[in-house]
Ligand binder design. Structure first.
Ligand code: C2E
Ligand code: MG
Ligand code: MG
Ligand code: MG
Length: 291
């Protein structure tokens, strides 16, 4: 953290509670306008299948370039937006952007799925599944090309409320994933009761698996557990080729991380896809990684 105090730069400066509060207050009151002003955008991070390394889909990750605060990561503003009751606005923006992108690919003959992160507060909105169904219809997107990612702790915090909504989304044909798996308190038995198709192993374990035998054991058991429950297993935080090779050897289905690509703005994602995919004529649905 940097700041200036009396004209002199001070490192390791920690903002006061008042400043944090003010910043959050500004974020919340300015959020809607910032959407209109184009300060908020969606970056996309590709995921590849293992072992054949084809593009399986992209995850939509929200970004905010604030005129005063600069680049803000979702970890900084999503909690404030949630607390202010504005998560519906954020989710519908990200969903709309992601579906628009997916539509563009379909028109180009590419079937690339898009994943959108949900907040548990989205599941408190009983009309949410209807809204999503209308959006899918508006863009003409097959529901299986949309994935919703929900953190384990999110679903766990109010399962009574979340479960019926999740079932409704699932029955629409949308793919459901448990994000950051391994960090919460879910038991094996609990996961079995959720209408989910995917587990995403939390990046902390994937990042640590090269040096920490405990992390390696956690990753291995999530892959086995996931498969025994018939789920697709995704590893996030794949930064090294050693990790990718280990995951591949364990039978992990999908990899995502800086090794494959960082989250990219739309135009750079297009370039990434073009550089790495060969579109075979007549076989439009296939995206082949030529890496
Ligand atoms: P997440 O859904 O678990 O997303 C993965 C995060 O890990 C992203 O951070 C991504 O940039 C980062 N990441 C990806 N690959 C690597 C890697 O190889 N190494 C490391 N160290 N990190 C990697 P990001 O974009 O800052 O997002 C943070 C969290 O914010 C997300 O975690 C998600 O929970 C939340 N979020 C992002 N976009 C949205 C959104 O549109 N709506 C909601 N409700 N939450 C969002
Ligand atoms: Mg996610
Ligand atoms: Mg995650
Ligand atoms: Mg996370």
């Amino acid at each position: 953290v940097r700041a200036t105090k009396g004209g002199e730069e001070v490192r390791g400066y920690v903002p006061s509670m008042g400043q944090i509060f003010l910043r959050r207050f500004q974020m919340v009151t300015q959020f809607r306008q910032s959407l209109e002003d184009g300060q908020v955008s969606v970056h996309y991070q590709p995921k590849i299948t293992l072992p054949n390394r084809q593009v399986q889909g992209v995850e939509a990750l929200v970004r905010w370039v604030h005129p005063e605060f600069g680049r803000l990561g979702p970890d900084e503003f999503v909690p404030a937006i949630e607390a202010a009751g504005l998560i519906g606005v954020l989710t519908s923006f990200v969903l709309g952007e992601a579906l628009k992108r997916c539509r563009k690919w379909l028109d180009e003959g590419l079937r690339i799925s898009v994943a959108v992160n949900l907040s548990v507060r989205n599941l408190a909105d009983e009309d949410f599944p209807n809204k999503v169904a209308r959006e899918l219809e508006r863009f003409g997107i097959p529901p299986e090309l949309l994935t919703f990612e929900l953190t384990e702790s999110g679903v766990m915090s109010d399962p009574q409320k979340a479960l019926p909504i999740l079932r409704e989304l699932h029955s629409l044909g949308i793919v459901l994933a448990v994000d950051d798996f391994g960090t919460g308190y879910s038991s094996l038995a609990y996961l079995r009761q959720l209408p989910v198709d995917q587990v995403k192993i939390d990046k902390s374990f994937v990042l640590g698996m090269g040096t920490d035998l405990g992390d390696l054991a956690v990753v291995r058991s999530i892959v086995e557990l996931g498969h025994s429950l018939g789920l697709t297993v995704v590893a996030e935080g794949v930064e090294e080729d050693v990790a990718r090779d280990q995951l591949e050897a364990m039978g992990c289905d999908v990899a995502q991380g800086y090794l494959i690509s960082r989250p990219l703005p739309e135009d750079r994602l297009e370039a990434w896809l073009q550089a790495r995919t060969a579109r075979s004529p007549g076989r439009h649905s296939e995206t082949v990684l030529t890496l």
